[in-house]
Write a protein that binds this ligand. Structure first.
Ligand SMILES: [Zn+2]
Length: 287
């Protein structure tokens, strides 16, 4: 009897079987990856703005805006000018000064930027304001807060919550995301995101026509504040050391932005707005 044929036949059958098996495994894998991609679907710009609105409302509940329309309009003008020179000029940008002595600034997804009165009063000119706003605008442009939520590094937020919201627009997911999104401002972003926002912020400020050293001079001011001062507790808890930030941003600027050093700092306009604010200031009563 010739055994060759059946052996060859069996060999072919077994090869075919393992090929089919491998193909099935690959298909399973593909299905798995597809499922994951679906869950991790990136929120649309409309979702981002909606989530930002919820988070902004929470932050405004903790610290209301300063009751000074002239000051708010001024910060909005500078902020929108800065945002126009970023990579997302078309977002519905909103800027507001919060009525608190704490020294801080926040960037909320979708284009909501807050700066505290405590920080504004420590500034010396418009280039410093522009530098801080450009740092915050970068957080929004680069989606730093949104990506922190997507990575699921926040207590109580599953990494797929944002994806599920993007898919189904569920109210439950929305509430969870907004509360997790608000939590970011108590614990801060990744250090690397802060350094990146400093590096890009000075470039945006320069593009907008300001002396790019505005942000480094604010970092210098921050580095000179006693860390035990209550006004900086949250800021220092949520940001890398100001001296380290200053060192890194300065070295990133060396030789690259020198031609912009003579750009204006705009001291007089800044001071006249601050002066008129101080003469009419009445603290907002938190309801
Ligand atoms: Zn920041």
């Amino acid at each position: 009897m010739n055994f060759r044929v059946p052996i060859l036949f069996l060999l072919i059958v077994s090869l075919l079987a393992s090929a089919v098996h491998a193909a099935k495994l690959d298909l399973d894998k593909l299905k798995d990856v597809k499922e994951k991609l679906k869950v991790l679907k990136e929120p649309s710009e409309a979702d981002e703005i909606e989530i930002g609105k919820g988070v902004a409302a929470n932050l405004l509940g903790a610290a209301p805006p300063v009751n000074d329309t002239k000051l708010q309009a001024y910060v909005n003008r500078v902020g929108k000018w800065i945002a126009m020179h970023s990579d997302r000029p078309d977002l519905p940008w909103h800027f507001a000064v919060l009525d608190t002595d704490g020294v801080n600034a926040f960037a909320v997804p979708g284009g909501y930027i807050f700066i505290t009165r405590g920080m504004l009063l420590r500034m010396r000119d418009e280039a410093e304001l522009a530098g801080v706003l450009a740092h915050e605008v970068t957080h929004v442009v680069e989606k730093h807060a949104l990506n922190t939520m997507r990575k699921g590094n926040i207590t109580g937020l599953a990494s797929d919550a944002l994806g599920k919201y993007a898919e189904k627009k569920g109210m439950d997911e929305f509430t969870k995301i907004v509360s997790a999104g608000t939590e970011i401002y108590a614990r801060g972003l990744d250090k690397e995101d802060e350094f990146a926002a400093d590096r890009a912020g000075v470039v945006i400020a320069a593009r907008a026509g300001y002396d790019p050293y505005g942000l480094p001079s604010v970092l210098q001011t921050l580095a000179s504040i006693n860390p035990k001062d209550d006004a900086v507790t949250l800021m220092f808890k949520t940001h890398p050391d100001s001296g380290k930030r200053l060192e890194l941003v300065s070295s990133s600027m060396e030789g690259r932005l020198d031609e912009y050093i003579d750009s204006p700092r705009v001291e007089s306009r800044f001071f006249s707005i601050i002066k008129s604010h101080l003469s009419s200031y009445k603290p907002t009563l938190i309801k």
